[in-house]
Design a protein around this ligand. Structure first.
Ligand code: NCD
Length: 315
């Protein structure tokens, strides 16, 4: 069975060809009739054990634009609150004829568990597992960077570009998927955050590691990708308090004003405005935040198309 669980399911050429397919999907999304018949008669389930706005909506729109039937499951309000296990939940949904599962779960490895189990036959797409990975977010970020900085006609990789990922790296599956994918595509990636929130695995992967935000920002990165401070995953005191966090690690208006006007500002959302990012940065012409959201639909159409319509492995 074909799955997308991690960026390590891709190699450089397959990642580029997925991005190129996403560009074709953007063209579909710009038409009045935003629909392809590719997945007519197929059924996709969104299995969300954790909250989501962007990711769930965009997977749903992506599947619908390919003409699939879509069912949505959210743990809140389901039999999970009566104690039903992951295995029983998946088997119950598959018994109704679902062929693809889009899984978001608070446990790292949940999507892998389903994909590698004997009790599920579905194609599985990881839509964010704990602090581990969020591969479609990595892909939509790569597409956004490629188009905003290399031009919409570019079909290549990200070589020559420098990306800074800033903030709560430890709890961020977005950071992990981006580190893997942006480097696979030839970009140089720096990370910066308080030492308590910069884990060893990210330090090993990154090309540059900083523990001072102003020092990192003065190194002329092409992209500054801010991360949400993920309070819901913090089980101990990683930072003294929010005021200090925003003072030291926030992309404030004054920090933003020091950047070159060519620096691209990104954030996967949801944003904590005034904490890790100021409205001056988020709402500026340099911000690609809404492009990221729009590109999410196209990238997810490309992934669903490859896995379900072409039934080809992504590698
Ligand atoms: C991210 C996530 O859920 O991992 N959001 C998203 O999918 N766009 C980032 C976050 O929650 O901070």
């Amino acid at each position: 069975m074909k799955h997308l669980l991690s960026i390590s399911d891709l190699h450089r050429d397959s990642a580029i060809s997925l991005l190129n397919l996403a560009v074709e999907m953007q063209q579909v999304n710009s038409r009045d009739v935003k629909k392809l018949p590719a997945l007519n008669g197929r059924t996709v389930a969104n299995l969300f054990f954790e909250d989501s706005t962007r990711t769930r909506f965009s997977f749903e729109l992506a599947a619908k634009r390919l003409s699939a039937d879509v069912v949505n499951f959210t743990a809140k309000g389901s039999s999970v609150s009566k104690g039903e296990s992951l295995k029983d939940t998946v088997q119950t949904i598959e018994a109704m004829g679902v062929e693809a599962l889009i899984v978001r779960h608070h446990h790292s490895g949940a999507a892998n568990t389903i994909a590698n189990s004997a009790w599920s036959k579905s194609a599985v797409i990881n839509a964010g597992d704990g602090t581990h990975e969020h591969p479609t977010q990595g892909l939509l970020d790569a597409l956004t960077i490629r188009q905003r900085l290399k031009g919409t006609s570019d079909k290549g990789d990200l070589s020559g570009l420098r990306v800074l990922i800033a903030g709560d790296i430890l709890h961020s599956r977005v950071a992990r998927s981006n580190l893997l994918l942006l480097r696979l595509l030839g970009a140089k990636v720096g990370i910066v955050g308080p030492a308590t929130l910069v884990p060893d695995d990210a330090r090993i992967l990154a090309d540059f590691v900083y523990f001072n935000f102003d020092e990192a920002l003065s190194d002329n990165f092409d992209v500054v990708m801010m991360l949400r401070m993920q309070r819901e995953r913090m089980n101990s005191a990683f930072i003294p308090n929010e005021t200090e966090y925003s003072t030291l690690w926030g992309l404030s208006e004054s920090r933003f004003n020091l950047l070159s006007t060519d620096t691209l500002i990104m954030h996967p959302g949801p944003m904590n405005r005034g904490l890790e990012i100021s409205s001056a940065a988020a709402d500026s012409p340099q911000s690609a935040i809404l492009d990221q959201v729009a590109n999410g639909v196209a990238v997810r159409m490309a992934v669903l198309y490859k896995l379900l319509a072409q039934e080809t492995s992504l590698k």
